[in-house]
Design a binder for this molecule. Structure first.
Ligand code: ZN
Length: 200
């Protein structure tokens, strides 16, 4: 069963989440929660969902970037975002290390800020140490869009949202058509638009 996704303005999105013990991870309650989060993320659809987004104050997130989500994207746009499919997986009690801080500027959105996207800089490469759904230790190294997703989801576990990273003078895109346009725009077009119309 999928759940309603909590929207901006609910205090749970701003709370520091609690770590899970191995016993808790193995419990039926948490295993059921992971299933609910998977279904909720797929139904939305989204490429990641953190526990606070369905009202659970826990250091747990699910991630999955399916090929079908980007079938209609031109290949050069995917290349520029370094966006490749990512299989479903769970991150629990993650710690994030920035391996390459070079910022990549793209429009980013969030299921908890429905309809909004904004230019958000993210580090190019990260390492995440975490536990998986079986409480096994896992190390993930990721670049590009997957690194962006990891940074976004781990932010949620620390009460942060993508709007906290965006330049305060960055465009907010609300309309569905302009959102589609900017989510598939080249970095050059985004930067030129920003310099010409926003930052001036
Ligand atoms: Zn989000």
């Amino acid at each position: 069963m999928h759940q309603t996704i909590v929207q901006l303005g609910e205090p749970i999105l701003r709370k520091q989440t609690k770590m899970l013990s191995i016993q808790e991870i193995e419990s039926k309650e948490v295993q059921d929660l992971i299933e609910t989060m998977k279904e909720t993320m797929r139904k939305a659809p989204g490429v990641g969902l953190a526990a606070p987004q369905i009202g659970k104050n826990l250091q747990l997130a699910v991630i999955e970037d399916r090929k079908e989500y980007t079938d209609h994207f031109p290949q050069h746009i995917l290349n520029e975002r370094q966006r490749v499919p990512v299989e479903f997986h769970v991150i629990i009690n993650p710690t994030l290390t920035i391996l390459d801080p070079t910022p990549l500027f793209f429009f980013e959105g969030c299921l908890s800020l429905a309809g909004i996207c904004r230019i958000t800089p993210r580090a190019n490469r990260v390492r995440v140490e975490c536990l998986d759904e079986n409480a096994n230790k896992k190390i993930i190294e990721a670049t590009g869009w997957y690194a962006r997703i990891l940074q976004h989801e781990i932010d949620h576990l620390n009460g942060k949202l993508f709007i906290d990273h965006a330049d305060q003078k960055t465009e907010i895109v609300l309309n569905e058509m302009t959102r589609k346009k900017w989510l598939q725009a080249s970095q050059k077009d985004i930067y030129e638009y920003y310099l010409e119309h926003v930052k001036k």
